[in-house]
Design a binder for this molecule. Sequence first.
Ligand code: HSE
Length: 298
Amino acid sequence: MIKVTVPATSANVGAGFDSLGLAVSMHNVFTFEESDRIQIASSDGTHIPTGSNNLVFRSARAVYDQLGIPLKGLRITQRNDIPMARGLGSSSACIVAGILGANALLGDKLTSRQMLTLATAIEGHPDNVAPAMLGGFVTSVYDEGQVYSVKKCIDTELAFAAFIPDFRLLTSKARAALPAMVSHKDAVYNLSRAALATAAFCDGDYSLLGVATKDSLHQQYRLPLIEGGYEVFELAQDMGALAVYISGAGPTIMAVIHRDDTEFFDRVAAALPQNEKLRHFTVHRLLADNVGAAVEVQ
Ligand code: HSE
């Protein structure tokens, strides 16, 4: 049996739309066994598709197809700790698991880069699948069917506060809210900040993150889809976060904090029930995952 553990991810990191992403300490666990039919089960009661449309199975099948190997079925189990459609990379976790699981079953024929390229082709952009696979803070570019990525381990001095609401927001809906065209000014606003955020993570200068995670390409269009989103930004900033941004396509809002600022969570826990608009959010303390997806043969 092959066991694959994949971390949750937080994409965009503000300005780095479809490019930057980081992995955090929340994981889905998958198992894979050969089978002559499709047998898919959730080990935690989460409702998942159990047929050939299951994303883990579809991603595994892409590996078989790429290698020209026929596939009748697989036995797959999923444990889903990453909440679905919350901007924490649950789809990417399924894609990465399917690819890594199938590659392990088939004798590790694909390289990491081939697997990352395949995962990106399925997802459409690399900013979740790259940190899900590699861990850490990852800068990626998808160019002419190839993914180019640089991983930097995240400083253990940092922690993350994920404000997760009790409602879902589909990425397709959050992408449909974006304008087809943006101004040169907005493009420069973001590219300069995405570059600065990357440099700040590499250099360990976290005082830059507040400015470096500001954005004009997607957050202003998505916040109206996230009830209480503005209020969470304000709250996390008031409580001393180094940076606050919409995690992926939302609706989770991510705050970056100093790891030793444990009082941040006490302050937030006291403040959340005070505001009606914040009541459907729960805050989760997460650390960086610098390992990425792990494959074990059992
Ligand atoms: N970069 C993507 C987006 C992440 O913001 O739509 C979600 O898949």
